[in-house]
Design a protein around this ligand. Structure first.
Ligand code: DAK
Length: 258
């Protein structure tokens, strides 16, 4: 069994980080698992939503510090580059990636959550960028995505202090979409994933592109980009089916695969 365990259920790919003894810290095997996840989604067209969740008391406590210590500069650089690329790839996947945060999401774990499209957290979860405590700085979006998500000064404080914040505080700051009871985390995430998996896969892909790419543009360019994707959305069979179903007062039958 790999460091990430995959399970497909009704078009939803569950990816479970499975190194509970090391709080799911990201080592070579976890990076391989993340690369496999990206490849799987690109190949298996019946996957409509991805859920990433941790096993045990952590979602992910960041990069494996012991791995860093035993690697030379080149090895550390290679593994970190591969990790960075895998996280960047999440944004460009055709399908949404939901982070189900069951516990600690620290360092690279917090960065992994931020690279996902929607973040649902257990009330037991906590977040932080503690790299400063071990003499390094965040390297996969902790100083960048975090500032864009929760604001410049708040990101500065978290990265400078290395402090952890609760799930509730993370929700208040906009790092988390919703906090749920611990025992309800999987069901809440499953229901959310199912809801999205019932939509047109083409429209889902275009929404993801419009929001993610548009977010990096100025408003004027973003609006123009959205308008182009809107026009493109009309070209799909699903658009015709969705509008016809509305007029005929029935449930739309969208494509089941991408
Ligand atoms: N690495 C390796 N092992 C870890 C670990 C980690 N990050 N976090 C926890 N563990 C291990 C512990 O060593 C312990 O193992 P044993 O001693 O039992 O063998 C086991 O998991 C349980 O941990 P604790 O005993 O410490 O558990 P506690 O509940 O007492 O504390 C904790 C939980 C999460 C507060 C604590 O474990 C902790 O502070 N962990 C370290 C968190 C941290 O500093 N994370 C940041 C790592 S640096 C980049 C991409 C990514 C990154 C950088 C660049 N690029 C693309 C450029 C990422 C960097 C990082 O994440």
């Amino acid at each position: 069994m790999g460091a990430i365990v995959f399970e497909k259920e009704d078009g939803i790919l569950w990816a479970r980080l499975n190194r509970p003894e090391a709080l799911n810290a990201i080592n070579e095997e976890v990076v391989e698992g993340l690369e496999k996840l990206v490849a799987k989604v690109r190949e298996e067209k019946d996957i409509r939503v991805v859920v990433i969740i941790g096993t045990g008391k952590a979602f992910c406590a960041g990069a494996d510090i012991k791995m860093f210590l035993r690697s030379d500069t080149f090895a550390a650089r290679e593994i970190i580059e591969r990790l960075g690329k895998a996280l960047e790839a999440f944004e460009d996947l055709d399908v949404p990636v939901i982070a189900a945060i069951n516990g600690f999401a620290l360092g690279g774990g917090c960065e992994m959550a931020m690279a996902c499209d929607i973040v649902i957290a257990s009330e037991k979860a906590s977040f932080g960028q503690p790299e400063i405590n071990i003499g390094i700085i965040p390297g996969a979006g902790g100083t960048q995505r975090l500032a864009r998500l929760i604001g410049w000064k708040r990101a500065m404080e978290l990265c400078l202090t290395g402090d952890r914040i609760s799930a509730g505080e993370a929700e208040r700051l906009g790092l988390v979409n919703k906090v749920v009871k611990d025992e309800e985390l999987e069901n809440e995430v499953r229901n959310l994933a199912k809801k999205i998996a019932e939509k047109s896969p083409y429209a889902v892909m275009l929404v993801k592109q419009a929001v993610n790419r548009g977010f990096k543009m100025g408003l004027k360019d973003g609006i123009a980009y959205e308008r182009d994707l809107f026009a493109l959305s009309f070209s799909s069979e699903d658009a015709r089916e969705g509008m016809t179903a509305f007029v005929e007062k029935r449930k739309a039958e969208f494509r089941k695969t991408r």
